[in-house]
Design a protein around this ligand. Structure first.
Ligand code: SF4
Length: 301
């Protein structure tokens, strides 16, 4: 059954001039059939640079929206429309505007894990990898950072600016269990512990490096270590095992995002058959959100 679905996906992908992009938190069977696997911004940049007309984006809604922001002329399919992100959903335009009214001298730097209409209200977007650089280059002494409080705290410890941090969190990373992680460190004492900045600060204290998913790939590539404990969503363990079959990886505990697991092979096939559900944004919102994403690119190159 699965094989016939995959065959049909490949056939339709060619017929409809499509490419499949998968976030590295997607399940193994989806990473395996994707043309590209990566973090949300890498995938959006691939979406913008590829010359196909249809992108099947296997991730969550804010990622597919970002792909649409960067490439509005392509059809961006999100095969399961309920694939949302509680972190992105914890902030909306009216509440962000209230915070901006409280701190009128602060520019807003917004983590890309946010919806397009909130991006449209910000000065610049950032990723976990370039958040500090974007905050530092903002032409204001203070900054509103939203929506992830752990990433905001991580940045505030490295920056001299006053940072007003939105009190949101990724439910998957923020509840990672420190006891689980300590147990894995005891079991694999020679391993490097890599953790995502969306985990809590007490977990960073244990880590060899605090990195986003793209940073983890680069770190492993440059490291002499052969074993790694991975403190981010468990799909990343599969991604790293695929990229580095000569190294060993173990998840730092049950760090599982249910929102990343709602897309199935059958749903990808259905989306290719129907060219739905596609992402649509209000053109004005898209343009303003594009300005925030483009500013990040100007700052970080
Ligand atoms: S891992 Fe966290 S930030 Fe990523 S999609 Fe899931 S809830 Fe959102």
């Amino acid at each position: 059954m699965e094989e016939s679905v995959i065959r049909e996906i490949y056939r339709l992908k060619s017929e409809k001039d499509a490419v499949i992009l998968a976030h590295c938190y997607q399940p193994p069977e989806i990473q395996d059939i994707a043309d590209h696997v990566g973090d949300s911004l890498q995938l959006s940049r691939i979406a913008a640079s590829t010359d196909v007309s249809v992108i099947v984006f296997c991730g969550v809604r804010f990622m597919a929206e970002t792909a649409h922001i960067l490439s509005p002329d392509k059809t961006i399919l999100l095969p399961e429309p309920i694939a949302g992100c509680p972190l992105a959903d914890c902030i909306d335009v009216p509440t962000l505007r209230s915070m901006q009214a409280m701190f009128p001298d602060s520019l807003t730097v917004l983590y890309v894990n946010s919806s397009a209409d909130v991006k449209a209200e910000s000065y610049a977007c950032c990723t976990s990898a370039n958040a500090l650089e974007v905050v530092e280059s903002a032409p204001s002494d203070s900054v509103i950072f939203a929506p992830d409080r752990n990433l905001g705290t991580f940045i505030s410890r490295k920056s001299d600016k006053k940072i007003h941090i939105w009190n949101g969190a990724c439910r998957t990373h923020a509840v990672a269990d420190i006891q689980d992680i300590k147990r894995h460190i005891e079991e694999w004492p020679d391993a490097e512990l890599l953790v995502h900045p969306e985990t809590s600060p007490e977990i960073w204290e244990l880590a060899d490096a605090v990195l986003g998913t793209g940073g983890m790939v680069r770190h492993v590539s440059n490291s002499q270590a052969t074993r790694f404990i991975i403190g981010t969503e468990e799909g990343m363990v599969y991604r790293l095992k695929t990229l580095f079959p000569d190294r060993e990886f173990i998840a730092a505990g049950r760090i599982y995002c249910p929102n990343m697991k709602v897309i199935t092979l059958q749903k990808i096939l259905d989306s290719l058959i129907n060219l739905e559900p596609a992402v649509h944004l209000d053109p004005e919102v898209r343009e303003k959100a594009y300005a925030a994403v483009a500013r990040m690119t100007e700052i970080t190159g």
